[in-house]
Design a protein around this ligand. Structure first.
Ligand code: PXP
Length: 245
C-alpha cells in the first residue's frame, strides 16, 4: 500500500460563488478566495462547474485557470458539454461527479460500476489530454474495481455518509472508508476523500494511511465567517498534520 506522509489539502471555493450569486454582483470573488486559500496553505483549488451554474460560472473557470499557481481540480458531470469545457481548459485534474439538478449538493457517489461502458470514452479523452481523472465514488470495492477497469488513476471517496453518521454508524462508516482506501491503494489508485469534512471529522480520514488528498469546501467557507478564511485553512492544515504520525 502506498503511504503518503503529508496529506494534500484541496480547498473547494464553490460556496464563495454561492454568496456572490446571492446578490448577482461580483463580490465576494471566488478567484480572490482561491488566491487567499493558496496563500494560507491550500495545495490545490477545487471548483464544481455544475450544469445549472448555480455557483461557479464559466467565467470563474476562465479566470481561475489564468490566475492559479497551484493545481485546479475541476469537478464535472460526465456529459459531452463538460468534457468540451475540460478539454478547452485542461485543468490539472477532473473529478467526475454524479449530478442531479434537484439535489442540494452532490448526494451520492458516481455509479462507476454501473456505467463502465458509458464512462470509458470520457475518461479516455480526459486522460489523453493529460488531465488527471478522479472518480467520486462511494467507499465500496465494486466502485474501486470499476475505477481500475476504467483506467482512472484516482478515486475520491465520498465522505458524506461518514460525516452525517452518528452513534455506532460512525465506526461503521470509518471502517468502510478505511477498507476502500486500503483496497484502492493496493490496486494502484491514488486515494482522495471529501464531502462534509470539518476540523473534527476530518482527522480520522486524514489518519488513513492511503489517503493522499482531502477536498474540503463548505465547512471552511462557513468557518471563515467566524475566524477568517486564512485562519480556517491553517487550522484545517494543523488538524490534518496532527492526524499523521
Ligand atoms: N469533493 C467532491 C467531489 C464534492 O462534490 C464536494 C462538494 O462539492 C466536496 C469534495 C467538498 O464537500 P464540502 O463542500 O462538503 O466540503
Amino acid at each position: 500500500m502506498s503511504v503518503t506522509q503529508r496529506v494534500r489539502l484541496g480547498v473547494n471555493i464553490d460556496h464563495v460563488a454561492t454568496i456572490r450569486n446571492a446578490r448577482g454582483g461580483d463580490h465576494p470573488d471566488p478567484v480572490r478566495a482561491a488566491e487567499a486559500a493558496v496563500a494560507a496553505g491550500a495545495d490545490g483549488i477545487t471548483a464544481h462547474l455544475r450544469e445549472d451554474r448555480r455557483h461557479i460560472t464559466d467565467a470563474d473557470i476562465d479566470r481561475l485557470t489564468a490566475a492559479l499557481t497551484v493545481p485546479l481540480n475541476l469537478e464535472m458531470a460526465a456529459t459531452a458539454d463538460m468534457l468540451a469545457i475540460a478539454l478547452r481548459h485542461r485543468p490539472h485534474a477532473a473529478c467526475i461527479v454524479p449530478e442531479r439538478r434537484a439535489e442540494r449538493t452532490t448526494e451520492g457517489g458516481l455509479d462507476a460500476a454501473g456505467q463502465v461502458d458509458g464512462l470509458a470514452p470520457l475518461v479516455a479523452r480526459l486522460r489523453d489530454a493529460g488531465i488527471r481523472v478522479s472518480l467520486f465514488v462511494a467507499p465500496d470495492r465494486r466502485q474501486i474495481d470499476a475505477a481500475v477497469r476504467l483506467g482512472a488513476p484516482v478515486v475520491e471517496l465520498h465522505t458524506g455518509p461518514y460525516s452525517h453518521a452518528t452513534g455506532p454508524a460512525v465506526a461503521d462508516e470509518t471502517a468502510r472508508l478505511a477498507d476502500a482506501a486500503a483496497y484502492g491503494a493496493a490496486a494502484g489508485l491514488e486515494i482522495h476523500a471529501g464531502h462534509g469534512l470539518t476540523f473534527v471529522n476530518g482527522r480520522p480520514v486524514a489518519a488513513l494511511p492511503a489517503v493522499a488528498e482531502l477536498n474540503i469546501g463548505h465547512f471552511l467557507i462557513g468557518e471563515a465567517v467566524f475566524i477568517g478564511l486564512a485562519a480556517a485553512i491553517r487550522q484545517m492544515r494543523e488538524c490534518i498534520d496532527a492526524a499523521r504520525p
